[in-house]
Design a protein around this ligand. Structure first.
Ligand code: DAH
Length: 354
């Protein structure tokens, strides 16, 4: 005959067994042993049927409470074990990601951009390419012949005074110098065209030039020009003036126009100075343009027959025009830059604006 005290003893026994379980496997075994179908408590339940109704009711209630208590003990322990096992697993699978980080990565370098002069050169080339010109280049170190002689400027001619030249070597056999303008590239192109039988010529020639000038607001000793040369049949001064005007409005915009004023250059006849509407006052007159409303950009004219003779082109068959003007001056006029020296000063506050 089962007594309530026996039930208490079974609960006490279960408590100890449950406390001793340390793994999921062990708690499963303990649970089956103390609360399963074959457990002592289950056995008590099966014996209830043989009791008197009064006793059965009393013992049944005690048994029910005991089983609930044991179930609670098991679930509590199971939760503890699961938590501990999870914690152990996490600790074992911990990965130190910093082991995979390569050495410190430097901050990305700030990206620069082309200098305004280079941008201007590209923009000018674009306009002329759009008009059908090729872009050509020539050497920055020239002989006296290419820079002067072939351009109809003989030694000791007073016209040489127009260029303050930096000589590298005063011959013999011939002086070499830093070119004072891009006009000598005309000579190279015409010589090549004659040698290869490839006339006509429609080309622009941008590049760096040098003069023994003291830098000031409108002069740099190292500066840039773009030269133009057309050699073809039946070319007239009207072609030159039209080309210059189309270029001017294309590059500076519809408010800016060109005018050609008679001038002298040894390698063109007739020659003209090429001027554009002052971009500061738009022609009404200001300090920059000395109240004239116009700014000089360069020179131009019809190729002198003496130049054709120098390169072996028949001036009775071919005619042509040429022009040359300052790229730095164009940038200055288009962006209203008061002092040209900022173009080469490397002051980022200025350069970043373009
Ligand atoms: N080479 C001249 C200079 O630097 C500019 C020039 C004038 C170029 C007339 C030309 C030209 O092609 O026809 O002052």
């Amino acid at each position: 005959m089962v007594e309530p005290a026996d039930i208490d003893a079974l609960v006490e026994e279960a408590r100890r067994a449950v406390a001793g379980a340390g793994t999921t496997e062990e708690i499963r075994e303990v649970a089956s042993a103390v609360a399963g179908k074959k457990s002592a408590l289950a056995g008590v339940g099966r014996g209830l049927g043989a009791l008197e109704p009064e006793q059965r009711k009393e013992l049944g209630r005690r048994l029910h409470e005991a089983r609930a208590a044991v179930d609670q003990l098991i679930e509590g322990r199971r939760a503890e074990i699961t938590a501990a096992e999870l914690a152990r697993e996490l600790a074992q699978s911990r990965v130190d990601l910093t082991e995979f980080i390569p050495g410190s990565v430097p901050a990305p370098k700030a990206r620069g951009h082309l200098n305004l002069v280079t941008q201007t050169q590209a923009a000018l080339e674009d306009v002329f390419v759009g008009m059908g010109f090729l872009v050509e280049e020539g050497p920055e170190i020239e002989t006296d012949w290419y820079n002067f002689g072939a351009l109809n400027i003989p030694p000791a001619h007073p016209a040489r005074g127009m260029w303050d030249t930096l000589y590298l070597d005063l011959g013999p056999p011939e002086s070499t110098l830093l070119r004072t303008h891009t006009s000598p590239v005309q000579i190279h192109l015409m010589e090549r065209a004659v040698a290869q039988g490839q006339l006509p010529i429609h080309a622009v020639m941008p590049g760096r030039c040098y003069r023994r000038d003291t830098p000031d607001a409108r002069h740099l000793p190292v500066f840039h020009q773009i030269e133009g040369l057309v050699v073809d049949k039946g070319i007239s001064f009207a072609d030159l003036a039209g080309t210059i005007e189309v270029f001017t409005t294309a590059y500076f915009g519809p408010d800016i126009h060109s005018r050609l004023r008679p001038a002298y250059f040894p390698f063109t006849e007739p020659s003209a100075e090429y001027e554009v509407t002052c971009t500061i006052c738009l022609g009404s007159g200001c300090q920059t343009c000395s109240q004239t409303g116009w700014i000089e950009l360069g020179g131009c004219g019809m190729v002198d027959p003496a130049v054709f003779d120098a390169v072996g082109i028949d001036p009775d068959l071919w005619t042509g025009f040429a022009f040359g003007f300052g790229i730095d001056r164009c940038a200055q006029m288009r962006h209203q830059i008061a002092d040209m020296r900022v173009l080469t000063d490397n002051d980022l506050r200025f350069l970043r604006q373009f």
